[in-house]
Design a protein around this ligand. Structure first.
Ligand code: NAD
Ligand code: MG
Length: 423
């Protein structure tokens, strides 16, 4: 817990500090009439990336995209550049980067005024370091997003974070860098954005519990025999959210909620005992905070990621947003139920990870990433995901208080271990 304390005073929590830092920046921007907020968007072609582009288009008078990154989809990037003429672009796939370079060269008859194209995983990090910006939106999927999250904070940018795997693997380190550089990590994940908003109702010391809601995914009430036979197509059909493939499978296994428990532990600097999960199939209540006086504050709305994305970018202000409005009379019923830890052992594993600490979260996350990939390729069944992750968790030699390099090592070891036993 001490590690999460801010330097600005022993009675000020990291959370309070982040709020203050971000609010100060916004006020300075407003007072000085400084230009638009400059945004680096990582994972621009993905589900969160596309929603972020919409948010920025709607607030074009106060923010702009200055740099973009994606993995391989250079043709989609070319389209994005027409609407968002960024000064820099990174593609982690070198051949995709080359294809984009050539295409831009052709279109621009010489390349003047065209963005600089960075290539490879190192190129991505370099772009984040070099592009002048106030905020980086981290919307890459998986632990592949971690080096860029580190680079963003290290070079004095705020981090609007969708890439929960970054926080899961290296929450302690990211918090430390943010504190040292006086920057904020602003949650984009809808549950964490909800908690971030609810926390404004009280002081950190007054929090009794964070209550994360989970839709329960498509197999919420499926018997175990049925879960053993589900196909990738069935698991990809999420009842309430449209998202990238990896997080959609994570939502079906409830590994997503396990990752979110760990993410919340670091984002809000609270121990696992204070973080709970309740199943809420309608995905209207995005999460809650229970305070010591018996009040529970929640944030509600129809499921739409543009809301938490925009809040992370305009915080502490709120701006109008054209989204479906909540009509509770029409919704009629909001239901809640306890999670079934027998059918969904993922939640139990999350608390085990928090207890073990150190590199166990990176190993847990990496094992899950590989297992999800194997499931999507039809190489393993749905329930095998739990077995593989469980195996890695028990076989891993935890390094306490690891360096970033030790975190990357644990990640690599876990990937090799899953591939080895599954070969
Ligand atoms: P997605 O699969 O739709 O998009 C992922 C993006 O990351 C793509 O642009 C892809 O090109 C890029 N990418 C993937 N691997 C990369 C690599 N190695 N280097 C560089 N870029 C790479 O995923 P998504 O649903 O948008 O999710 C992105 C992140 O946001 C995930 O961490 C997810 O858990 C989190 N998140 C998503 C949602 C949602 O509603 N989609 C909600 C909460 C949190
Ligand atoms: Mg979420």
């Amino acid at each position: 817990m001490c590690s999460g304390r801010s330097k600005v005073g022993s009675d000020v929590s990291t959370f309070d500090f982040r709020v203050t830092a971000a609010a100060d920046i916004l006020l300075i921007q407003m007072e000085t009439g400084a230009g638009k907020k400059r945004i680096i968007l990582l994972g621009a072609t993905g589900s969160i990336g596309r929603s972020t582009l919409e948010v920025v288009e709607n607030l074009a008078s106060e923010m702009e995209i200055v740099a973009l990154a994606t993995g391989t989809r250079w043709e989609q990037m070319l389209e994005i550049l027409k609407r968002h003429p960024a000064r820099a672009v990174a593609l982690t796939d070198p051949s995709a980067a080359e294809a984009l370079r050539q295409s831009l060269g052709r279109d621009s008859a010489g390349g003047a005024g065209q963005p600089r194209v960075y290539s490879g995983a190192e190129g991505l990090v370099r772009m984040v370091e070099e592009a002048p910006a106030e905020t980086v939106v981290g919307a890459i999927s998986g632990a592949a997003g971690l080096p860029a999250s580190v680079a963003a904070l290290e070079t004095g940018k705020d981090l609007a974070l969708a890439n929960k795997e970054s926080m899961v693997c290296a929450g302690r380190i990211l918090n430390r860098i943010a504190r040292e550089r006086g920057r904020s990590i602003l949650p984009v994940d809808s549950e964490h954005s909800a908690i971030f908003q609810c926390l404004r109702s009280g002081r950190r010391e007054e929090v009794r519990a964070l209550i994360l809601t989970a839709s329960g995914g498509p197999f919420r009430s499926a018997p175990r025999e049925r879960m053993a036979r589900v196909t990738p197509e069935e698991a990809l059909a999420h009842p309430t959210w449209r998202m990238g493939a990896k997080i959609t499978i994570d939502s079906a296994t409830l590994m997503n909620k396990a990752l979110e428990i760990i993410e919340a532990r670091w984002l809000f600097d609270l121990p696992g005992e204070k973080i709970r999960v309740v199943i809420h199939p309608q995905s209207i209540v995005h999460s809650m905070v229970e305070f010591v006086d018996g009040s529970t504050i929640s944030q509600l709305g129809p499921p739409d990621m543009k809301v938490p994305i925009q809040y992370a970018l305009t915080f502490p202000a709120r701006r109008p947003l054209a989204v479906a409005r909540l009509d509770l009379a029409e919704v009629g019923r909001l239901t809640f139920e306890p999670p079934d830890l027998e059918r969904f052992p993922s939640l139990r594993m999350a608390y085990e990870v928090l207890e073990k600490g150190g590199t166990s979260a990176a190993a847990f996350n990496a094992a899950n990433e590989v297992a999800v990939d194997l499931f999507l390729k039809r190489r393993i069944g749905f329930l095998r995901i739990y077995e593989l992750v469980e195996h890695v968790l028990s076989a891993h030699n935890v390094v306490p208080d690891p360096t970033l390099e030790q975190i990357f090592q644990a990640d690599r070891w876990a990937r090799d271990e899953v591939n080895r036993i599954q070969a």
